[in-house]
Design a protein around this ligand. Structure first.
Ligand code: NAD
Length: 545
Protein backbone atom coordinates (compact mmCIF):
# COMPACT_ATOMS: atom_id res chain seq x y z
CA UNK A 1 0.00 0.00 0.00
CA UNK A 2 1.11 3.55 -0.68
CA UNK A 3 0.90 5.74 2.41
CA UNK A 4 1.28 9.53 2.32
CA UNK A 5 2.00 12.03 5.11
CA UNK A 6 1.31 15.65 4.08
CA UNK A 7 2.71 18.63 5.99
CA UNK A 8 0.30 20.36 8.37
CA UNK A 9 -0.60 23.87 7.29
CA UNK A 10 -1.93 25.62 10.44
CA UNK A 11 0.35 28.42 11.67
CA UNK A 12 0.43 27.07 15.25
CA UNK A 13 0.67 23.46 14.16
CA UNK A 14 4.11 21.97 14.83
CA UNK A 15 3.14 18.30 14.95
CA UNK A 16 3.51 15.68 12.24
CA UNK A 17 1.37 12.56 11.84
CA UNK A 18 4.24 10.04 11.82
CA UNK A 19 7.79 10.18 13.22
CA UNK A 20 10.79 8.61 11.42
CA UNK A 21 10.87 5.47 13.65
CA UNK A 22 7.16 4.95 12.98
CA UNK A 23 7.74 5.36 9.24
CA UNK A 24 10.51 2.75 9.47
CA UNK A 25 8.06 0.40 11.20
CA UNK A 26 5.49 0.84 8.43
CA UNK A 27 8.13 0.41 5.71
CA UNK A 28 9.12 -2.81 7.48
CA UNK A 29 5.50 -3.95 7.19
CA UNK A 30 5.58 -3.39 3.43
CA UNK A 31 4.10 0.11 3.11
CA UNK A 32 5.56 2.54 0.57
CA UNK A 33 5.69 5.82 2.46
CA UNK A 34 5.90 9.32 0.94
CA UNK A 35 6.23 12.35 3.19
CA UNK A 36 5.96 15.99 2.21
CA UNK A 37 9.26 17.84 2.51
CA UNK A 38 9.71 19.60 5.89
CA UNK A 39 6.52 17.99 7.28
CA UNK A 40 8.29 17.05 10.52
CA UNK A 41 10.76 19.91 10.74
CA UNK A 42 8.87 21.91 13.38
CA UNK A 43 8.70 18.81 15.58
CA UNK A 44 12.44 18.25 15.17
CA UNK A 45 12.14 15.43 12.61
CA UNK A 46 14.00 16.33 9.44
CA UNK A 47 13.75 15.00 5.89
CA UNK A 48 17.06 13.12 6.22
CA UNK A 49 15.65 11.08 9.10
CA UNK A 50 12.57 10.15 7.03
CA UNK A 51 14.79 9.24 4.06
CA UNK A 52 16.89 7.05 6.33
CA UNK A 53 13.68 5.41 7.58
CA UNK A 54 12.84 4.40 4.01
CA UNK A 55 10.37 7.13 3.01
CA UNK A 56 10.34 9.09 -0.24
CA UNK A 57 10.19 12.89 0.01
CA UNK A 58 7.73 14.88 -2.12
CA UNK A 59 7.74 18.63 -2.67
CA UNK A 60 4.13 19.66 -2.19
CA UNK A 61 0.76 18.36 -1.05
CA UNK A 62 -0.46 17.30 -4.50
CA UNK A 63 2.73 15.38 -5.22
CA UNK A 64 2.74 13.75 -1.77
CA UNK A 65 -0.77 12.30 -2.00
CA UNK A 66 -0.93 11.80 -5.80
CA UNK A 67 -0.67 7.98 -5.73
CA UNK A 68 -1.69 7.35 -2.15
CA UNK A 69 -4.00 4.56 -0.98
CA UNK A 70 -3.88 5.90 2.56
CA UNK A 71 -3.26 9.48 3.72
CA UNK A 72 -2.55 10.19 7.39
CA UNK A 73 -2.46 13.68 8.86
CA UNK A 74 -3.44 15.61 12.00
CA UNK A 75 -5.51 18.63 11.09
CA UNK A 76 -8.41 18.27 8.63
CA UNK A 77 -7.43 18.97 5.01
CA UNK A 78 -8.65 22.17 3.36
CA UNK A 79 -11.34 21.86 0.71
CA UNK A 80 -8.63 22.58 -1.92
CA UNK A 81 -6.46 19.76 -0.58
CA UNK A 82 -9.40 17.33 -0.81
CA UNK A 83 -9.18 17.89 -4.58
CA UNK A 84 -5.65 16.39 -4.50
CA UNK A 85 -6.75 13.14 -2.82
CA UNK A 86 -7.07 10.18 -5.18
CA UNK A 87 -10.59 8.84 -5.58
CA UNK A 88 -11.07 5.73 -3.47
CA UNK A 89 -8.20 6.59 -1.12
CA UNK A 90 -8.57 6.48 2.67
CA UNK A 91 -7.87 9.46 4.92
CA UNK A 92 -7.19 9.22 8.68
CA UNK A 93 -7.18 12.60 10.40
CA UNK A 94 -9.01 14.84 12.83
CA UNK A 95 -12.14 15.95 10.92
CA UNK A 96 -14.66 17.47 13.40
CA UNK A 97 -17.60 16.63 11.08
CA UNK A 98 -20.16 18.61 13.07
CA UNK A 99 -18.12 21.79 12.66
CA UNK A 100 -17.28 21.31 8.99
CA UNK A 101 -20.19 19.96 6.93
CA UNK A 102 -18.65 21.45 3.74
CA UNK A 103 -15.48 19.43 4.26
CA UNK A 104 -17.51 16.25 4.84
CA UNK A 105 -19.46 16.93 1.65
CA UNK A 106 -16.23 17.55 -0.32
CA UNK A 107 -14.73 14.26 0.95
CA UNK A 108 -17.93 12.36 0.10
CA UNK A 109 -18.08 13.86 -3.38
CA UNK A 110 -14.41 13.00 -3.95
CA UNK A 111 -15.10 9.35 -3.11
CA UNK A 112 -12.66 9.36 -0.20
CA UNK A 113 -13.10 6.99 2.75
CA UNK A 114 -12.64 9.21 5.78
CA UNK A 115 -11.87 7.99 9.28
CA UNK A 116 -12.00 10.75 11.89
CA UNK A 117 -9.69 10.41 14.88
CA UNK A 118 -12.09 12.68 16.79
CA UNK A 119 -14.94 10.18 16.27
CA UNK A 120 -13.16 7.08 17.61
CA UNK A 121 -15.62 5.58 20.11
CA UNK A 122 -14.71 5.67 23.78
CA UNK A 123 -14.51 1.94 24.30
CA UNK A 124 -11.69 0.08 25.99
CA UNK A 125 -10.52 -1.65 22.81
CA UNK A 126 -10.19 1.74 21.08
CA UNK A 127 -7.97 3.32 23.73
CA UNK A 128 -4.72 2.60 21.90
CA UNK A 129 -5.84 4.51 18.82
CA UNK A 130 -7.68 7.30 20.61
CA UNK A 131 -5.74 10.43 19.64
CA UNK A 132 -8.17 12.76 21.44
CA UNK A 133 -7.10 11.19 24.72
CA UNK A 134 -3.38 11.30 23.90
CA UNK A 135 -3.60 14.97 23.00
CA UNK A 136 -5.85 15.83 25.98
CA UNK A 137 -3.32 14.21 28.29
CA UNK A 138 -0.56 16.43 26.89
CA UNK A 139 -2.76 19.53 27.01
CA UNK A 140 -3.66 18.98 30.65
CA UNK A 141 -0.02 18.62 31.58
CA UNK A 142 1.05 21.59 29.51
CA UNK A 143 -1.75 23.77 30.95
CA UNK A 144 -0.18 23.36 34.39
CA UNK A 145 3.24 24.35 33.08
CA UNK A 146 1.76 27.44 31.40
CA UNK A 147 -0.01 28.34 34.65
CA UNK A 148 3.13 27.76 36.71
CA UNK A 149 5.15 30.00 34.43
CA UNK A 150 2.53 32.78 34.53
CA UNK A 151 1.93 32.56 38.31
CA UNK A 152 4.23 34.94 40.18
CA UNK A 153 4.80 32.43 42.98
CA UNK A 154 5.81 28.84 43.79
CA UNK A 155 3.48 25.91 43.21
CA UNK A 156 4.92 23.99 46.18
CA UNK A 157 5.27 24.89 49.84
CA UNK A 158 8.59 26.65 50.49
CA UNK A 159 10.17 26.80 53.93
CA UNK A 160 13.11 29.15 53.58
CA UNK A 161 15.28 31.05 56.00
CA UNK A 162 13.49 34.18 54.82
CA UNK A 163 10.07 32.78 55.64
CA UNK A 164 7.36 30.36 54.58
CA UNK A 165 5.54 30.50 51.24
CA UNK A 166 2.29 28.53 51.10
CA UNK A 167 1.69 26.19 48.18
CA UNK A 168 -0.50 27.38 45.33
CA UNK A 169 -4.12 26.26 45.35
CA UNK A 170 -5.25 24.94 41.99
CA UNK A 171 -8.85 24.31 40.97
CA UNK A 172 -9.45 21.97 38.04
CA UNK A 173 -12.92 22.11 36.51
CA UNK A 174 -13.74 19.00 34.49
CA UNK A 175 -11.96 15.78 35.41
CA UNK A 176 -11.81 14.02 32.06
CA UNK A 177 -8.52 13.02 30.45
CA UNK A 178 -7.09 16.57 30.34
CA UNK A 179 -8.38 17.45 33.81
CA UNK A 180 -6.87 14.35 35.40
CA UNK A 181 -3.54 15.03 33.66
CA UNK A 182 -3.65 18.59 35.00
CA UNK A 183 -4.39 17.34 38.51
CA UNK A 184 -1.46 14.91 38.32
CA UNK A 185 0.93 17.58 37.04
CA UNK A 186 -0.19 20.19 39.61
CA UNK A 187 0.15 17.67 42.44
CA UNK A 188 3.56 16.74 41.07
CA UNK A 189 4.62 20.37 41.35
CA UNK A 190 3.44 20.42 44.95
CA UNK A 191 0.21 22.41 44.66
CA UNK A 192 -2.95 21.85 46.69
CA UNK A 193 -5.53 20.72 44.17
CA UNK A 194 -9.33 20.77 44.15
CA UNK A 195 -11.47 19.52 41.32
CA UNK A 196 -15.06 19.27 40.20
CA UNK A 197 -16.86 17.33 37.51
CA UNK A 198 -20.50 16.64 36.75
CA UNK A 199 -19.85 12.91 36.33
CA UNK A 200 -19.99 11.17 39.69
CA UNK A 201 -17.71 8.47 38.29
CA UNK A 202 -14.80 10.93 38.24
CA UNK A 203 -14.85 11.46 42.03
CA UNK A 204 -12.70 8.43 42.86
CA UNK A 205 -10.27 9.21 40.04
CA UNK A 206 -9.79 12.74 41.38
CA UNK A 207 -9.26 11.50 44.91
CA UNK A 208 -6.85 8.77 43.80
CA UNK A 209 -4.59 11.53 42.44
CA UNK A 210 -4.51 13.24 45.83
CA UNK A 211 -6.92 16.08 45.02
CA UNK A 212 -10.10 17.09 46.85
CA UNK A 213 -13.39 16.67 45.02
CA UNK A 214 -15.70 19.61 45.60
CA UNK A 215 -19.18 18.70 46.75
CA UNK A 216 -22.18 20.35 45.22
CA UNK A 217 -25.45 19.91 47.03
CA UNK A 218 -27.49 19.35 43.90
CA UNK A 219 -28.83 16.09 42.60
CA UNK A 220 -28.26 15.68 38.87
CA UNK A 221 -26.07 13.01 37.33
CA UNK A 222 -23.85 14.37 34.58
CA UNK A 223 -23.15 11.02 32.92
CA UNK A 224 -24.56 11.12 29.42
CA UNK A 225 -23.65 7.44 28.76
CA UNK A 226 -20.66 5.92 27.01
CA UNK A 227 -18.28 7.95 29.20
CA UNK A 228 -19.59 11.24 27.79
CA UNK A 229 -20.87 14.14 29.84
CA UNK A 230 -24.32 15.55 29.18
CA UNK A 231 -25.54 19.12 29.00
CA UNK A 232 -26.52 20.06 32.57
CA UNK A 233 -29.71 21.92 33.47
CA UNK A 234 -29.49 25.73 33.86
CA UNK A 235 -30.28 25.29 37.57
CA UNK A 236 -27.31 22.93 37.98
CA UNK A 237 -24.96 25.30 36.15
CA UNK A 238 -26.21 28.14 38.37
CA UNK A 239 -25.49 26.10 41.51
CA UNK A 240 -22.11 25.06 40.16
CA UNK A 241 -21.18 28.65 39.43
CA UNK A 242 -22.21 29.69 42.93
CA UNK A 243 -19.75 27.09 44.23
CA UNK A 244 -17.03 28.43 41.94
CA UNK A 245 -17.80 32.03 42.97
CA UNK A 246 -16.69 31.10 46.50
CA UNK A 247 -13.67 29.24 45.17
CA UNK A 248 -12.57 32.20 43.02
CA UNK A 249 -11.58 34.17 46.13
CA UNK A 250 -9.36 31.34 47.41
CA UNK A 251 -7.60 29.72 44.49
CA UNK A 252 -4.45 30.89 42.71
CA UNK A 253 -4.89 28.90 39.52
CA UNK A 254 -8.00 27.66 37.72
CA UNK A 255 -7.71 25.15 34.91
CA UNK A 256 -11.00 24.68 33.08
CA UNK A 257 -11.48 21.64 30.85
CA UNK A 258 -15.28 21.23 30.89
CA UNK A 259 -16.65 20.02 27.57
CA UNK A 260 -19.76 18.24 26.41
CA UNK A 261 -19.09 16.47 23.09
CA UNK A 262 -20.79 18.13 20.14
CA UNK A 263 -21.77 21.21 22.15
CA UNK A 264 -20.35 24.64 22.88
CA UNK A 265 -18.30 24.60 26.08
CA UNK A 266 -20.41 25.54 29.13
CA UNK A 267 -19.67 29.00 30.55
CA UNK A 268 -18.61 28.33 34.16
CA UNK A 269 -16.17 31.11 35.11
CA UNK A 270 -17.65 34.55 34.50
CA UNK A 271 -15.99 37.96 34.48
CA UNK A 272 -17.07 38.62 38.07
CA UNK A 273 -15.19 35.51 39.22
CA UNK A 274 -12.06 36.57 37.34
CA UNK A 275 -12.27 39.99 38.97
CA UNK A 276 -12.65 38.48 42.44
CA UNK A 277 -9.46 36.41 42.08
CA UNK A 278 -6.27 37.51 43.83
CA UNK A 279 -3.96 39.67 41.69
CA UNK A 280 -1.44 37.49 39.87
CA UNK A 281 -3.82 34.52 39.70
CA UNK A 282 -4.04 32.51 36.50
CA UNK A 283 -6.90 30.97 34.53
CA UNK A 284 -6.02 28.42 31.84
CA UNK A 285 -9.02 27.64 29.64
CA UNK A 286 -8.56 24.32 27.87
CA UNK A 287 -12.02 24.65 26.36
CA UNK A 288 -10.98 27.80 24.45
CA UNK A 289 -11.29 26.00 21.09
CA UNK A 290 -14.96 25.26 21.86
CA UNK A 291 -15.92 28.76 22.96
CA UNK A 292 -14.25 28.63 26.37
CA UNK A 293 -15.40 27.95 29.94
CA UNK A 294 -14.25 31.40 31.02
CA UNK A 295 -16.02 34.56 29.91
CA UNK A 296 -12.71 36.45 29.53
CA UNK A 297 -10.95 33.85 27.36
CA UNK A 298 -9.58 34.97 24.02
CA UNK A 299 -8.93 31.83 21.95
CA UNK A 300 -5.26 31.42 21.10
CA UNK A 301 -4.11 34.25 23.38
CA UNK A 302 -3.06 35.11 26.90
CA UNK A 303 -4.79 38.25 28.19
CA UNK A 304 -4.51 40.29 31.37
CA UNK A 305 -7.85 40.97 33.07
CA UNK A 306 -7.26 43.36 35.97
CA UNK A 307 -4.06 41.60 37.04
CA UNK A 308 -5.35 38.06 36.41
CA UNK A 309 -3.78 36.18 33.49
CA UNK A 310 -6.35 34.34 31.35
CA UNK A 311 -4.70 31.87 28.99
CA UNK A 312 -6.72 30.58 26.04
CA UNK A 313 -4.02 28.83 24.01
CA UNK A 314 -5.49 26.28 21.62
CA UNK A 315 -2.18 24.67 20.66
CA UNK A 316 -1.06 23.24 23.99
CA UNK A 317 -0.34 19.75 22.64
CA UNK A 318 1.43 21.25 19.64
CA UNK A 319 3.73 23.13 22.06
CA UNK A 320 5.16 19.70 22.90
CA UNK A 321 5.40 18.73 19.22
CA UNK A 322 7.95 15.87 19.32
CA UNK A 323 6.09 14.00 22.08
CA UNK A 324 2.68 14.88 20.65
CA UNK A 325 3.77 13.58 17.22
CA UNK A 326 5.13 10.38 18.75
CA UNK A 327 1.87 9.74 20.58
CA UNK A 328 -0.33 10.68 17.62
CA UNK A 329 1.78 8.50 15.30
CA UNK A 330 1.42 5.65 17.81
CA UNK A 331 -2.37 6.05 17.62
CA UNK A 332 -2.15 6.00 13.81
CA UNK A 333 -0.06 2.81 13.81
CA UNK A 334 -2.68 1.12 15.99
CA UNK A 335 -5.45 2.42 13.73
CA UNK A 336 -3.73 0.99 10.64
CA UNK A 337 -3.32 -2.33 12.45
CA UNK A 338 -7.02 -2.26 13.38
CA UNK A 339 -7.83 -1.83 9.67
CA UNK A 340 -5.83 -4.93 8.79
CA UNK A 341 -2.37 -3.47 8.05
CA UNK A 342 -0.64 -3.61 4.71
CA UNK A 343 -1.82 -7.09 3.81
CA UNK A 344 -5.41 -7.09 5.00
CA UNK A 345 -6.45 -3.41 4.83
CA UNK A 346 -10.24 -3.11 4.70
CA UNK A 347 -13.14 -1.09 6.03
CA UNK A 348 -15.10 -3.47 8.24
CA UNK A 349 -18.49 -1.93 9.00
CA UNK A 350 -19.04 -4.49 11.76
CA UNK A 351 -15.97 -3.29 13.63
CA UNK A 352 -17.32 -0.77 16.20
CA UNK A 353 -14.10 1.26 16.12
CA UNK A 354 -14.03 1.57 12.33
CA UNK A 355 -17.76 2.20 12.16
CA UNK A 356 -17.62 4.83 14.90
CA UNK A 357 -14.80 6.74 13.20
CA UNK A 358 -16.19 6.45 9.67
CA UNK A 359 -17.34 9.79 8.23
CA UNK A 360 -17.52 9.13 4.48
CA UNK A 361 -17.33 5.86 2.55
CA UNK A 362 -18.13 4.84 -1.03
CA UNK A 363 -19.75 8.19 -1.83
CA UNK A 364 -21.94 8.25 1.29
CA UNK A 365 -21.84 10.22 4.51
CA UNK A 366 -21.59 7.63 7.31
CA UNK A 367 -21.45 10.06 10.24
CA UNK A 368 -22.79 10.02 12.88
CA UNK A 369 -22.43 6.32 13.60
CA UNK A 370 -25.15 4.57 15.60
CA UNK A 371 -24.71 5.41 19.30
CA UNK A 372 -22.35 3.15 21.28
CA UNK A 373 -23.78 0.97 24.02
CA UNK A 374 -24.03 3.03 27.22
CA UNK A 375 -21.48 2.13 29.85
CA UNK A 376 -22.75 0.56 33.06
CA UNK A 377 -23.79 3.07 35.70
CA UNK A 378 -21.07 4.15 38.15
CA UNK A 379 -20.56 1.73 40.99
CA UNK A 380 -22.42 2.57 44.16
CA UNK A 381 -19.06 2.14 45.94
CA UNK A 382 -18.24 5.57 44.56
CA UNK A 383 -21.40 6.96 46.05
CA UNK A 384 -20.44 5.46 49.39
CA UNK A 385 -17.02 7.10 49.09
CA UNK A 386 -18.76 10.36 48.22
CA UNK A 387 -20.84 10.22 51.37
CA UNK A 388 -17.69 9.68 53.41
CA UNK A 389 -15.72 12.48 51.80
CA UNK A 390 -15.81 16.07 52.83
CA UNK A 391 -13.86 18.89 51.29
CA UNK A 392 -13.07 22.34 52.41
CA UNK A 393 -15.53 23.72 49.95
CA UNK A 394 -18.33 21.42 50.86
CA UNK A 395 -19.54 23.59 53.64
CA UNK A 396 -19.54 26.56 51.35
CA UNK A 397 -21.49 24.92 48.54
CA UNK A 398 -24.85 26.56 48.08
CA UNK A 399 -27.90 24.55 48.94
CA UNK A 400 -29.29 25.22 45.49
CA UNK A 401 -31.87 22.52 45.76
CA UNK A 402 -32.53 19.94 48.43
CA UNK A 403 -31.26 16.48 47.61
CA UNK A 404 -33.92 14.14 46.41
CA UNK A 405 -33.92 10.57 47.53
CA UNK A 406 -33.57 9.24 44.01
CA UNK A 407 -32.44 5.79 43.04
CA UNK A 408 -30.00 7.34 40.58
CA UNK A 409 -26.44 8.31 41.32
CA UNK A 410 -26.62 8.72 45.08
CA UNK A 411 -27.86 6.49 47.81
CA UNK A 412 -30.54 3.83 47.76
CA UNK A 413 -28.65 1.38 45.58
CA UNK A 414 -28.87 -2.29 45.18
CA UNK A 415 -25.69 -4.18 46.08
CA UNK A 416 -22.93 -3.48 43.55
CA UNK A 417 -22.07 -6.22 41.10
CA UNK A 418 -18.52 -6.50 42.45
CA UNK A 419 -19.54 -6.90 46.09
CA UNK A 420 -19.75 -10.39 47.46
CA UNK A 421 -23.27 -11.69 47.36
CA UNK A 422 -22.74 -12.66 50.99
CA UNK A 423 -26.14 -11.91 52.48
CA UNK A 424 -26.73 -15.66 52.93
CA UNK A 425 -23.15 -16.59 53.84
CA UNK A 426 -23.02 -15.58 57.53
CA UNK A 427 -26.29 -17.33 58.51
CA UNK A 428 -25.20 -20.44 56.57
CA UNK A 429 -21.83 -20.59 58.34
CA UNK A 430 -23.63 -20.04 61.65
CA UNK A 431 -26.02 -22.94 60.96
CA UNK A 432 -23.14 -25.25 59.92
CA UNK A 433 -21.15 -24.43 63.07
CA UNK A 434 -24.18 -24.91 65.26
CA UNK A 435 -24.93 -28.23 63.60
CA UNK A 436 -21.35 -29.46 64.03
CA UNK A 437 -21.30 -28.41 67.68
CA UNK A 438 -24.63 -30.10 68.36
CA UNK A 439 -23.49 -33.26 66.57
CA UNK A 440 -20.32 -33.43 68.64
CA UNK A 441 -21.98 -32.51 71.91
CA UNK A 442 -25.05 -34.74 71.67
CA UNK A 443 -23.99 -37.30 69.04
CA UNK A 444 -24.72 -41.03 69.62
CA UNK A 445 -21.07 -41.95 70.36
CA UNK A 446 -20.62 -39.86 73.53
CA UNK A 447 -18.34 -41.75 75.91
CA UNK A 448 -17.37 -44.41 73.36
CA UNK A 449 -13.78 -44.84 72.15
CA UNK A 450 -14.76 -43.73 68.66
CA UNK A 451 -15.87 -40.34 69.85
CA UNK A 452 -12.40 -38.72 70.04
CA UNK A 453 -11.40 -39.74 66.52
CA UNK A 454 -14.79 -38.90 65.13
CA UNK A 455 -14.73 -35.57 66.90
CA UNK A 456 -11.27 -34.74 65.50
CA UNK A 457 -12.26 -35.80 62.03
CA UNK A 458 -15.41 -33.73 62.00
CA UNK A 459 -13.50 -30.75 63.45
CA UNK A 460 -10.85 -30.95 60.72
CA UNK A 461 -13.47 -31.45 58.05
CA UNK A 462 -15.35 -28.41 59.32
CA UNK A 463 -12.23 -26.24 59.23
CA UNK A 464 -11.39 -27.51 55.75
CA UNK A 465 -14.87 -26.86 54.36
CA UNK A 466 -15.04 -23.42 55.93
CA UNK A 467 -11.55 -22.55 54.65
CA UNK A 468 -12.53 -23.52 51.10
CA UNK A 469 -15.72 -21.56 51.42
CA UNK A 470 -14.19 -18.39 52.83
CA UNK A 471 -11.23 -18.62 50.43
CA UNK A 472 -13.58 -18.89 47.47
CA UNK A 473 -15.61 -15.91 48.68
CA UNK A 474 -12.50 -13.81 49.30
CA UNK A 475 -10.80 -14.51 45.98
CA UNK A 476 -13.80 -14.28 43.65
CA UNK A 477 -15.88 -11.65 45.35
CA UNK A 478 -13.41 -8.97 46.35
CA UNK A 479 -13.33 -6.03 43.96
CA UNK A 480 -10.12 -5.75 41.91
CA UNK A 481 -9.15 -2.47 43.57
CA UNK A 482 -8.79 -4.29 46.87
CA UNK A 483 -6.57 -7.10 45.59
CA UNK A 484 -3.39 -5.50 46.95
CA UNK A 485 -4.59 -5.30 50.57
CA UNK A 486 -6.11 -8.74 50.05
CA UNK A 487 -2.66 -10.01 49.13
CA UNK A 488 -1.30 -8.83 52.49
CA UNK A 489 -4.05 -10.74 54.27
CA UNK A 490 -3.42 -13.91 52.28
CA UNK A 491 0.28 -13.56 53.05
CA UNK A 492 -0.53 -13.44 56.76
CA UNK A 493 -2.72 -16.55 56.37
CA UNK A 494 0.07 -18.24 54.45
CA UNK A 495 2.38 -17.52 57.40
CA UNK A 496 0.01 -19.41 59.70
CA UNK A 497 -0.18 -22.28 57.18
CA UNK A 498 3.63 -22.53 57.18
CA UNK A 499 3.69 -22.84 60.97
CA UNK A 500 1.00 -25.56 60.87
CA UNK A 501 2.64 -27.29 57.91
CA UNK A 502 6.03 -27.37 59.65
CA UNK A 503 4.55 -28.70 62.90
CA UNK A 504 2.83 -31.49 61.02
CA UNK A 505 5.53 -32.20 58.41
CA UNK A 506 8.50 -32.18 60.77
CA UNK A 507 6.96 -33.98 63.70
CA UNK A 508 9.33 -36.95 63.27
CA UNK A 509 8.58 -40.63 62.96
CA UNK A 510 7.82 -42.45 59.74
CA UNK A 511 6.48 -40.54 56.77
CA UNK A 512 2.69 -40.59 56.60
CA UNK A 513 0.00 -38.80 54.61
CA UNK A 514 -0.34 -35.98 57.17
CA UNK A 515 3.40 -35.24 57.01
CA UNK A 516 3.40 -35.16 53.21
CA UNK A 517 0.40 -32.83 53.22
CA UNK A 518 2.08 -30.63 55.85
CA UNK A 519 5.24 -30.32 53.77
CA UNK A 520 3.22 -29.63 50.60
CA UNK A 521 1.23 -26.93 52.43
CA UNK A 522 4.51 -25.36 53.61
CA UNK A 523 5.84 -25.30 50.04
CA UNK A 524 2.66 -23.81 48.52
CA UNK A 525 2.34 -21.18 51.25
CA UNK A 526 5.99 -20.21 50.76
CA UNK A 527 5.38 -19.77 47.01
CA UNK A 528 2.38 -17.56 47.83
CA UNK A 529 4.39 -15.35 50.19
CA UNK A 530 7.44 -15.07 47.89
CA UNK A 531 5.16 -14.37 44.88
CA UNK A 532 3.34 -11.69 46.87
CA UNK A 533 6.62 -9.98 47.68
CA UNK A 534 7.73 -10.13 44.03
CA UNK A 535 4.47 -8.63 42.75
CA UNK A 536 4.52 -5.89 45.41
CA UNK A 537 8.13 -5.11 44.52
CA UNK A 538 7.20 -4.81 40.84
CA UNK A 539 4.29 -2.52 41.62
CA UNK A 540 6.43 -0.29 43.82
CA UNK A 541 9.02 -0.06 41.04
CA UNK A 542 6.31 1.40 38.77
CA UNK A 543 5.90 4.35 41.13
CA UNK A 544 9.63 4.94 41.66
CA UNK A 545 10.96 7.98 39.73
P1 NAD B 1 -14.31 15.83 27.60
O1 NAD B 1 -13.05 16.42 27.11
O2 NAD B 1 -15.43 15.67 26.64
O3 NAD B 1 -14.85 16.70 28.84
C1 NAD B 1 -13.99 17.03 29.91
C2 NAD B 1 -14.70 16.86 31.22
O4 NAD B 1 -15.59 17.96 31.44
C3 NAD B 1 -15.55 15.61 31.34
O5 NAD B 1 -15.05 14.84 32.41
C4 NAD B 1 -16.94 16.14 31.64
O6 NAD B 1 -17.67 15.31 32.53
C5 NAD B 1 -16.64 17.48 32.25
N1 NAD B 1 -17.76 18.44 32.26
C6 NAD B 1 -18.69 18.67 31.31
N2 NAD B 1 -19.54 19.64 31.71
C7 NAD B 1 -19.11 20.05 32.94
C8 NAD B 1 -19.57 21.01 33.87
N3 NAD B 1 -20.64 21.75 33.65
N4 NAD B 1 -18.88 21.14 35.03
C9 NAD B 1 -17.79 20.38 35.29
N5 NAD B 1 -17.32 19.46 34.45
C10 NAD B 1 -17.98 19.28 33.29
O7 NAD B 1 -14.07 14.44 28.31
P2 NAD B 1 -12.86 13.43 28.12
O8 NAD B 1 -11.68 13.95 28.82
O9 NAD B 1 -12.68 13.15 26.69
O10 NAD B 1 -13.37 12.12 28.89
C11 NAD B 1 -14.59 11.99 29.56
C12 NAD B 1 -14.72 10.53 30.03
O11 NAD B 1 -14.56 9.61 28.97
C13 NAD B 1 -13.66 10.15 31.07
O12 NAD B 1 -14.26 9.34 32.01
C14 NAD B 1 -12.66 9.36 30.31
O13 NAD B 1 -11.96 8.46 31.11
C15 NAD B 1 -13.57 8.66 29.33
N6 NAD B 1 -12.81 8.28 28.14
C16 NAD B 1 -12.76 6.97 27.82
C17 NAD B 1 -12.04 6.58 26.70
C18 NAD B 1 -11.98 5.13 26.29
O14 NAD B 1 -12.45 4.28 27.03
N7 NAD B 1 -11.42 4.83 25.13
C19 NAD B 1 -11.38 7.52 25.91
C20 NAD B 1 -11.46 8.88 26.27
C21 NAD B 1 -12.18 9.24 27.40
Amino acid sequence: MKLAVPAETGTDERRVALTPPQVAELVGQGFEVTIQSQAGARAGFHDEAYLAAGAAIANDHAQTVAAADLVVRLEPPSIDQVGDLPEGSTLISFIWPKRSPELVEALRARGVTTLAEDCVPRITTAQKLDALSSMANLSGYRAVLEAASALPSFFSLQMTAAGRINPATVLVIGAGVAGLAAIGAARGLGARVRAFDTREASRDEVKSLGADFLDLDFEEDGDGGGGYAKVMSPAFIEAEMALFREQAKEVDVVITTALVPGNKAPLLWDKGMVESMKPGSVVVDLAAHQGGNCECTVAGESVDVGGVTVIGYTDLASRMAPTASTLYGGNILHFIKELGGNDGFSIDLDNPITRGALVTHKGEVMWPAPKPEPRPAPKPAAAVAQAASATTAAAKAPAAKPKKKSGHGHGGHAAPASEPSSGWLAPLIGVILLGVWAYLRFGPWQGSSVSVEAREFVQHLTVFVLACFVGWQVVWSVTAALHTPLMSVTNAISGIIIVGGLLEGARGGSLDVAMVLGLAATLLATINIAGGFLVTHRMLRMFRR
